[in-house]
Design a protein around this ligand. Structure first.
Ligand code: NI
Length: 639
C-alpha cells in the first residue's frame, strides 16, 4: 500500500489473489466452483470519511464474489475481508426466488458443444438444409423468467438462436436461422426442448464489411487531423485521483458496472459521492417466438468484464492518459486490461462569445472538457461509456452505441416489428434503457429533489395576452412520490439541491438533471419483463442512501422473477427531503433500425446532463483567457 492509497481505489491483482486464497482456505472453491462475479466491496461512506480524517488506518478492505458450482448449480454470495483474512459472509442464493448468477465464460463454449451434439437441434437445422454443424454459430441468450412449465426457467438455463457462418471471415449476424430456438439446461448440460416455430430462408447477402467486395474501394479524400498539446494536458493523475481545472474525482472500475466515479468535486465543493451506470436492459419488440429476448447486459453479462483495450490514434485521438483495469475470469484469476480507461482533454467548441453593439467589445472563449471513458463489447453490440466534465461545471454522461444490430429473418414488405436491412434480413425494433446511479452530494450529503416543469399559462386577468411562461416546481418529498416519468412537452427536469447551503440570493445551491426525450420501457406494465426491469418504467427514482442498494434490477438479475432493485428499494417510502439521497436516472433510445445501421452501425449516442443551477453566483468561466491571437477586441481596439 502506498502513501496515497485510498479506500475507494480499485482492487489490485494481488488483492484478488489474496481474496481467492481466503475463499479456498474456507473450502468455498472446491472444483467445479467458478466465479460468476468478483469485485471490490466498497466500504460504507462513514468508514471512508474516518479514513480521510485519519481517525483510523485503512478501512476494512473487502471483496465480493458470486460463486457457482457447475455441477450442482449451488450459487453463493461471498464477501471476504482482506484486512482480517477471513470470510465475512457466504450466503446461498435462493435462485428460484432471487435469480441466477450472471452467465460465466465457459458456459458459452458449453452451449456450443451441447447444441452441436443434440439430435433434435440437428434435425431442425437439417429441415432448413443446414447439415454442417461447424458452420452454425450459437447466440446463448439469457432466458428471462416466465415461470410457466414450458419455459423451463426454474433451472439455470439459456435460450439459443442460431446463425450461419459460411466462411472464417463471414459475418454470421448476416445469416440468422430464424424460427427455431432451443432451451438449454446449463447444469444438466442438455437441451430441454427445441422449438421449431416457422421457417424463413436464411438470408444470403454478405455482411462482411471488411470485404472490399462489400464496402467498395476505400475513399482517398480524407486528409490527416492531428491533435497536439505541445505542453501536455492540463490534468493530473495520482493513483485513482484525477484533477483537472476546478474538478477532482476518483476513478474506479468494476467487472459488473464498468467505470465508477467517486467523490466528484467542483471548486473544492462536493457534487456527487459516486456515479456509475450499474444496469441496462435491451428489450426486443418482436412478439413472435423470440419474445424473451431482453438483455440485462450489466446484471446478466457484466459489461465491465468485456472492457476493450484501447489504442491511441484509433479509439482516442490526441494527448491520452490511459488507466489499466483489473477484471477476473471464472477461475478468479485477475487479468490486467491495458489501456482500459481513456482520460483526455478535448476542445468543445465555443464556451461563450459576444460582440457588443454598444461598447464594441468582441470576445470569444473556447470550451473544454475532461473526458473519462471506456468501451465494452457485449455480444453483437459495442458500448462506449463517456463522462465529460466541462469548464462551466456541466457534467455529461454519454453512451455511444455501435457494433452489429441483432438480426432475424424478414418476410419482406412492411413488417411491424423489424426493418429489412438486407434482402430477407430483418433487424427487430428494440430499446436500450440504461440506469445511472448518481449518489448526489451537492454541497454536502443533505440534498433534496424538485421536479421542474415549464408551462405556458392560460389567458386571464394576470395574463391578458397569453404570453406568460411559468416554472412549476414540485418538491419530491418521499421515495414513492419521486418515481417519476419524463415529460418532454414540459421540458421536465429535476433539480438536486442542497438543503444546507445557499448562494448570494439565498437560494439553495443545486445541480439540475436534464433528461433526453425518449420513451421509458414500452413493454406492457403487466408483462414479465416489466416485472424484471421495473427500474426502466420510470425516468427518475430517488432513494435514501443505503450501501446495499446498488443495482437497479437487483443483485441477481439473470432469470430473476422481478420485483428486486428500485421497486423494492422504495417500498419503505422513506423521506428524501434533506437526506443523503441517491438519484437514479433511466435513459436511452428506442431503436427503430435504419438501413444505414447495417452491416455495422455508425455510433448513435444517448445520455443526460447535470448542470450547476445557482451553484455559482455567476458564470464561473469569466476567468478563462481568450485563445492567443486575434480573438479579442476590447472597446473597439485589438488587444
Ligand atoms: Ni440498438
Amino acid at each position: 500500500m502506498t502513501d496515497n492509497w485510498h479506500p475507494l481505489d480499485p482492487a489490485t491483482a494481488g488483492e484478488y489473489l489474496a481474496g481467492r486464497e481466503i475463499m479456498a482456505a474456507a473450502g468455498l472453491l472446491a472444483d467445479p466452483v467458478r466465479f460468476a462475479y468478483y469485485g471490490l466491496e466498497e466500504p460504507p461512506k462513514d468508514e471512508v470519511a474516518k479514513h480521510e480524517a485519519a481517525e483510523q488506518g485503512p478501512a476494512d478492505r473487502r471483496l465480493r464474489a458470486f460463486l457457482l458450482n457447475l455441477e450442482s448449480g449451488e450459487s453463493t454470495d461471498v464477501v471476504v475481508s482482506l484486512t482480517k483474512g477471513s470470510v465475512v459472509r457466504a450466503r446461498t442464493v435462493d435462485t428460484a426466488a432471487e435469480g441466477q448468477l450472471p452467465i460465466i465464460d465457459s458456459e458459452y463454449h458449453l452451449v456450443e458443444e451441447i447444441m452441436a451434439a443434440d439430435p433434435d437441434w440437428q434435425a431442425a437445422l437439417a429441415r432448413r438444409g443446414l447439415t454442417d454443424m461447424s458452420k452454425i454459430r450459437i447466440a446463448p441468450i439469457t432466458a428471462g423468467a416466465y415461470r410457466a412449465p414450458a419455459e423451463d426457467d426454474q433451472r439455470r438455463m439459456v435460450r439459443v438462436l442460431a446463425f450461419l457462418q459460411a466462411g472464417e471471415h463471414d459475418l454470421a449476424w448476416a445469416h440468422p436461422v430464424d424460427g427455431v430456438t432451443a432451451h438449454v439446461d446449463l447444469i444438466a448440460r442438455k437441451v430441454l426442448r427445441v422449438i421449431d416455430a416457422f421457417q424463413l430462408p436464411v438470408p444470403t447477402e454478405s455482411g462482411d464489411y471488411d470485404d472490399p467486395a462489400v464496402r467498395g474501394p476505400e475513399r482517398t479524400t480524407l486528409r490527416p487531423i492531428e491533435i497536439t498539446q505541445p505542453e501536455g494536458p492540463s490534468f493530473t493523475v495520482e493513483g485513482s485521483l484525477l484533477r483537472w481545472q476546478d474538478w477532482s474525482l476518483r476513478v474506479g472500475f468494476d467487472a459488473r458496472e464498468g467505470l465508477t466515479l467517486h467523490q466528484v468535486e467542483l471548486a473544492g465543493r462536493p457534487v456527487m459521492y459516486r456515479a456509475s451506470v450499474p444496469e441496462m436492459v435491451v428489450p426486443y419488440g418482436d412478439p413472435r417466438f423470440r419474445y424473451w429476448q431482453a438483455y440485462h447486459d450489466t446484471g446478466e453479462y457484466l459489461v465491465g468484464k468485456w472492457v476493450n483495450s484501447l489504442e491511441r490514434g484509433c479509439d482516442c485521438l490526441g494527448e491520452i492518459t490511459y488507466l489499466d483495469a483489473v477484471v477476473c475470469g471464472e477461475t478468479g484469476e485477475p487479468r490486467e486490461v491495458r489501456n482500459a480507461i481513456c482520460v483526455h482533454e478535448e476542445d468543445a467548441g465555443i464556451l461563450w462569445k459576444h460582440t457588443d453593439i454598444f461598447n464594441g467589445s468582441a470576445q470569444s472563449r473556447r470550451q473544454r472538457r475532461l473526458v473519462v471513458s471506456y468501451f465494452t463489447t457485449v455480444g453483437n453490440y459495442d458500448y462506449g461509456f463517456y463522462w465529460y466534465f466541462y469548464l462551466d461545471g456541466t457534467i455529461e454522461c454519454e453512451v455511444k452505441m455501435t457494433g452489429i444490430v441483432f438480426t432475424a429473418g424478414h418476410p419482406g414488405g412492411d413488417h411491424l416489428y423489424s426493418t429489412e436491412v438486407a434482402p430477407g434480413l430483418g433487424a427487430p425494433v428494440h430499446q436500450h434503457l440504461f440506469s445511472a446511479r448518481l449518489d448526489m452530494s451537492v454541497d454536502g450529503p443533505a440534498n433534496a429533489v424538485e421536479e421542474v416543469d415549464v408551462t405556458g399559462l392560460p389567458i386571464g386577468p394576470d395574463n391578458p395576452y397569453g404570453n406568460a411562461i411559468a416554472q412549476r416546481v414540485t418538491r419530491l418529498s418521499s421515495e414513492a412520490v419521486a418515481a417519476r416519468a419524463g415529460d418532454a412537452s414540459r421540458g421536465r427536469a429535476w433539480r438536486v439541491l442542497s438543503t444546507e447551503r445557499v448562494n448570494r440570493f439565498g437560494r439553495p445551491t443545486a445541480f439540475t438533471l436534464h433528461p433526453e426525450p425518449h420513451p421509458a420501457l414500452l413493454a406492457s406494465p403487466g408483462s414479465p419483463l416489466a416485472q424484471r426491469a421495473g427500474f426502466a418504467a420510470r425516468a427518475l427514482w430517488v432513494t435514501r442512501y443505503d450501501p446495499a442498494h446498488r443495482y437497479p434490477a437487483g443483485d441477481f438479475v439473470n432469470q430473476s422473477p422481478g420485483g428486486g432493485g428500485l421497486p423494492a428499494y422504495i417500498a419503505g417510502d422513506r423521506d428524501i427531503d434533506g437526506q443523503d439521497i441517491v438519484v437514479w436516472h433511466t435513459f436511452g433510445p428506442t431503436h427503430v433500425v435504419r438501413t444505414e445501421d447495417w452491416p455495422v452501425m455508425p455510433v448513435t449516442r444517448t445520455g443526460f446532463m447535470l448542470r450547476p443551477t445557482g451553484f455559482f453566483d455567476r458564470n464561473p468561466t469569466l476567468d478563462v483567457p481568450a485563445p492567443p491571437g486575434h480573438c479579442t477586441i476590447e472597446h473597439g481596439h485589438e488587444r
